[in-house]
Design a protein around this ligand. Structure first.
Ligand code: FES
Ligand code: MG
Length: 557
């Protein structure tokens, strides 16, 4: 990794043509094309990741945030230099934004490393952006600070407050059940996203935003101000100022203790299941952190659910902002308060100056273990957000109704002849990382129409995919090993009985181990035909991309 610094002692003095002085001369000559004076160019250079895109309404305020952070940088005597990366919006990143998260992290990492900046401000907010930017910054490991775009505000539909995207799902569910007509669903569509910013509930974007404060990689109190209020711009200006100080490197901030803080906050928020995947990916890039799913379950058991926000509760991010934001939650938790933050002060020192607020939003809601890890003969591991499910299903046994993949689900879920009732367990195979690259958020399997019309709101659902953080229900996700690599999920059949027990963290297929072994022997990859054969058998390019069973001498038989 390139860590060399130029003769100035700063990365902005970095050269790479062999002849240091010529390289410096050439670089300066080119950047003067942008109209800078020598005075400007002799300052510390603060890169600003600019993730604006016409396809990304969650980042529609990024131009204003770049301006405000630049102001903060300049007020402190350094030079801000914005640069673009890929921009990912949940609804405009086919096939899924998760498919592109790693690509965005590579873009961020390489552009941070390639360009001569001394520190970097990461601006972004939509679901995969914060993890992608942090993964990139962790790997580049120059001093970095996160600024989120902030949540959207709520809208008003016929007198009811609404916000993306828990209410998107709720209204769509009502439309599917025939409770609201086409005219109403179109009309609510105008109010669900009434401003720029990220989804206004405790979905993935909000969860990751809040987590940046618990990690110490963002300014305390910076996660919850809505995208379109003036406080968001003031936070941006302050972020610019902090970036010009003695900002630590990600590897100094993101220690095991910081990740444990993040997990504890995630549990207290009743946050998005996606955050589990993102935190594991981020931690996987930091030397010596070694985070596992067991850490999530263990820390959850002693962490109360503290935040009354949708989808686990009733309110929206703008309410949490007015209630004092993330610091108010952090104060009530059993955290490592001695972790280092972006200001160079500890989390405890930062929290000491945060005011107190009268509360209706942040309060103990009587539940622990929002997110739990299940194990059993059906999965080595899988996760469930039990704070957002129908309690009647916490100890449940039912008959499997199996869908082989997403196409099969779409084709049959609303079939009036589908053999299913409210006690059935809906199983969806082949939407894991290999089975459907990008691991789509299709784990939130819709309630079959005939049951929805009878008023069924929740059913036990199991898949190897993900679910949007804005969704809720008895939805078991991330089943590992996934069906496409021959996990037990692959051989579940219609009519098999499946048992969930939240208390003991068990998920079992009530089929004998002998029968499971027999079925696994007969199992072939969920991807059939030539494509399945190809995926299982193709060799790497350096072996000619032939099939493994075709190489070697053959001849006539
Ligand atoms: Fe961007 Fe929800 S779509 S945060
Ligand atoms: Mg989402």
């Amino acid at each position: 990794m390139e860590t060399k610094e130029g003769s100035s002692g700063l990365r902005s003095g970095l050269t790479n043509y062999g002849d240091d002085e010529f390289s410096s001369f050439l670089r300066k000559a080119f950047i003067k094309g942008a109209g800078y004076t020598d005075d400007a160019l002799n300052r510390r250079i603060i890169g600003i990741v600019d993730t604006r895109s016409g396809f990304n309404p969650c980042h529609a305020n990024v131009p204003a945030l770049v301006e405000a952070t630049s102001r903060g940088v300049m007020l402190s005597g350094a030079l801000p230099v914005p640069f673009p990366t890929i921009s990912l919006h949940e609804s405009f990143a086919h096939p899924t934004s998760m498919f592109l998260r790693n690509l965005m992290s590579m873009d961020a990492e390489e552009m941070i490393r390639a360009q001569p900046m001394d520190a970097v401000i990461l601006i972004g907010g939509c679901d995969k952006t914060v993890p992608a930017l942090l993964m990139g910054a962790i790997s580049a490991d120059i001093p970095a600070i996160q600024l989120v775009t902030g949540p959207m505000v709520t809208g008003n539909h016929r007198g009811t407050r609404v916000g993306a995207c828990t209410d998107c799902r709720r209204y769509w569910g009502m439309h599917r059940a025939g409770e609201i007509d086409l005219e109403e669903i179109v009309s609510v569509g105008n109010e669900l996203v009434p401003s720029a910013g990220t989804c206004g509930v405790m979905g993935t974007a909000s969860t990751m935003a809040c987590i940046t404060e618990a990690l110490g990689i963002a300014p305390l109190g910076s996660a919850t101000a809505p995208a379109n209020v003036s406080q968001r711009l003031r936070i941006a200006e302050i972020t610019g100022k902090i970036a010009t100080g003695s900002l630590p490197r990600p590897s100094e901030i993101l220690t095991r203790k910081a990740f444990e803080n993040a997990i504890i906050l995630l549990q207290a928020l009743g946050g998005s299941t996606n955050a589990v995947v993102h935190l594991l990916a981020m931690a996987g890039r930091v030397k010596g952190v070694n985070l596992t799913l067991d850490d999530f379950d263990r820390l959850g058991r002693t962490t109360p659910l503290l935040v009354d926000l949708k989808p686990s509760g009733q309110n929206y991010m703008e309410d949490l902002f007015k209630a004092g934001g993330v610091p108010v939650i952090l104060r009530q938790l059993n955290l490592h308060f001695d972790i280092l933050t972006v200001t160079g002060r500890t989390l405890g020192e930062e929290l000491a100056s945060w005011p107190t607020f009268d509360q209706t939003i942040v309060r103990p809601l009587g539940t622990y273990s929002s997110l739990i890890v299940l194990r059993g003969n059906l999965a080595d591991s899988c996760i469930l957000k039990q704070s957002a499910m129908d309690p009647r299903l916490k100890s449940h046994e039912g008959m499997a109704c199996v869908f082989a993949d997403l196409d099969d689900l779409i084709k049959r879920i609303d079939d009036p002849d589908l053999d299913v009732d409210e006690d059935s367990v809906l199983v969806l195979q082949n939407i894991g990382p290999v089975g459907n690259p990008g691991m789509p958020e299709a784990g939130y399997i819709p309630i079959p129409k005939k049951l929805a019309q009878r008023g069924v709101k929740d059913m036990l659902r199991i898949s190897d995919g993900r679910m949007s953080g804005t969704a809720g229900g008895a939805v078991i996700l991330h089943v590992t090993p996934e069906a496409a690599v021959g996990g037990v999920l692959a051989i579940v059949q219609d009519g098999d009985r499946i048992k969930l027990d939240v208390e003991t963290r068990r998920l079992d297929l009530l089929v004998s181990s002998q029968e499971i072994a027999t079925r696994l022997t007969a199992w072939r990859s969920g991807v059939r035909g030539y494509r399945g054969l190809y995926r299982r058998s193709v060799l790497q390019a350096d072996k000619g991309a032939d099939f493994d069973f075709l190489t070697g001498e053959a001849g006539l038989e």
